[in-house]
Design a protein around this ligand. Structure first.
Ligand code: CMP
Length: 143
């Protein structure tokens, strides 16, 4: 089954949004197969966001993502990479539709509450960056 990586950013954790966000993702039908509250190191931040290293906001992005704990998740489900991005909403919360996580909880592109992998390649890369193999569980839900 397809897996993706999502991370509630420091602003979401600070604003006590872990519960409401995870509830939306579970309600959608995704299965949480890995989850942890963690502090992102500068090295991990720079690797994770490496594709943005030439952007003017890169320093700000690294500083922000390392400014406090994040809640990292691996979700599983049919077509979960694309569908989770629909639930998350557009990168800029000012353009994200109401009903999406960023549309409902975010206001600025820098502090946009949550990150979600944008392709099968980045999902695999990001899951492996943030999670050991033993932290991603294979189990059945009873329903
Ligand atoms: P994310 O999905 O985590 O992937 C890259 C992040 O860069 C993005 O969400 C935004 O939070 C951030 N970002 C994109 N554009 C800008 C910008 N103009 N200023 C600050 N941060 C940005």
């Amino acid at each position: 089954m397809e897996k993706t990586f999502l991370m509630i950013k420091p602003d979401g954790v600070q604003r006590n949004l872990i519960g409401p966000i995870v509830e939306r993702l579970e309600n959608k039908g995704f299965k949480v197969v890995g989850a942890k509250l963690m502090q992102v190191s500068e090295d991990l931040a720079k690797t994770h966001y490496g594709e943005h290293s030439e952007r003017p906001f890169f320093g700000e992005l690294v500083e922000f993502i390392t400014s406090g704990p994040v809640f990292a998740m691996v979700l599983e489900g049919e077509n979960v990479i694309k569908t989770a991005r629909l639930v998350v909403g557009a990168t800029n919360p000012q353009e994200a539709a109401p009903g999406t996580i960023r549309g409902d909880f975010g206001l600025t592109v820098g502090k946009n509450i949550i990150h979600g992998s944008d392709s099968p390649e980045s999902a695999e890369r990001e899951i492996n960056l943030f999670f050991d193999e033993s932290e991603v569980l294979d189990y059945n839900l009873s329903n």
